[in-house]
Design a protein around this ligand. Structure first.
Ligand SMILES: NC(=O)c1ccc[n+]([C@@H]2O[C@H](COP(=O)([O-])OP(=O)(O)OC[C@H]3O[C@@H](n4cnc5c(N)ncnc54)[C@H](OP(=O)(O)O)[C@@H]3O)[C@@H](O)[C@H]2O)c1
Length: 261
């Protein structure tokens, strides 16, 4: 049997990169996207060494036309057509996203709000819509939500709103796609050490490191394994929603840090 195709967004780092490596190892072929092309190319080489056929395309998911064109190009490379013949797109891991800034909403910056809402909400929608016509019965979509889509926390206002939107859209997409046999899942991580906080604090690595001090955060591999679990369920099983936290984090508000010696 030929290897199934998965498209992963946000593949240049963190959850997306770890998921690409794991799925390549588990027998998938990969279509990888993010904005940083060099990172995608070196990841592609590593995944090819694991036996996967890999194609990469760099674009910004906030750009609707670029997303439509990028998806069409990747499908062409993979030989996937929108017809009911041949290999479909078996899975979409709709994962690109970010938080930018943290603080009271009335001190928020327009640019930060635009980046979060345009990437996390509209970018996720643009990519899902562009991919659906290449999916068929048995295909699956996995959206990366967050604990921030289940609860809100101080200073998280717009990021939390964007992830609450992902929570709502994941439920809505599941309803819209149920009669086409396409399962929609959401993975909602708590605190995970990736480049997420470096992006949130705009390159202030000290502030980013402080987020993860005094407890064991999730790592990207934890989320990759959850996504692989979702994608490897039998066709009649859809994992709707997975909330995954570090053991030291009981909620968005309750984090147990070890006392500093
Ligand atoms: N880490 C956490 O604690 C945590 C917890 C819950 C949820 N999440 C969510 O998990 C997802 C992945 O985050 P991560 O933790 O793996 O962080 P990360 O290491 O910063 O990865 C984010 C990925 O998204 C891509 N991306 C961001 N903006 C983009 C845009 N406009 N167009 C295309 N790609 C874009 C980045 O690639 P380029 O920069 O190359 O474009 C990168 O590959 C995000 O949706 C995030 O909100 C993270």
């Amino acid at each position: 049997m030929s290897r199934p195709w998965v498209l992963i967004s946000g593949a240049s780092s963190g959850f997306g990169e770890a998921t690409a490596r794991l799925l390549a190892d588990q027998g998938w072929n990969l279509l990888l996207t993010s904005r940083r092309e060099e990172r995608l190319s070196s990841l592609a080489e590593a995944c090819q060494a694991l036996g996967a056929e890999v194609h990469v395309g760099a674009w910004d998911v906030r750009d609707r036309a670029a997303t439509n064109e990028g998806v069409a190009r990747l499908m062409e490379h993979a030989g996937i057509s929108a017809s009911s013949h041949g290999e479909p797109l078996r899975a979409l891991v709709n994962n690109a996203g970010l938080a930018v800034g943290k603080g009271p909403f009335d001190e928020g910056l327009d640019e930060d709000w635009d980046r979060m809402l345009d990437t996390n909400v509209k970018g996720l929608l643009f990519l899902a819509r562009a991919c659906v016509s290449f999916m068929r019965e048995g295909s699956r979509m996995v959206n990366t939500g967050s604990i921030a889509g289940k609860q809100v926390y101080p200073g998280g206002n717009v990021y939390c709103a964007s992830k609450h939107a992902v929570d709502a859209l994941s439920q809505a997409m599941r309803i819209d796609l149920v009669d086409r046999g396409i399962g929609v899942s959401q993975v909602c991580p708590g605190a995970a050490e990736t480049e997420f906080s470096n992006v949130r604090f705009k390159g202030d690595d000290q502030a980013a490191d402080a987020v993860y001090q005094g407890f064991d955060p999730l790592v990207a591999q934890d989320i990759a394994e959850a996504i692989e679990f979702i994608l490897s369920r039998p066709p009649h099983v859809c994992i709707n929603d997975l909330v995954i936290m570090p053991t030291a984090q009981a909620s968005a508000h309750h984090l147990h840090r070890r006392p500093t010696p």
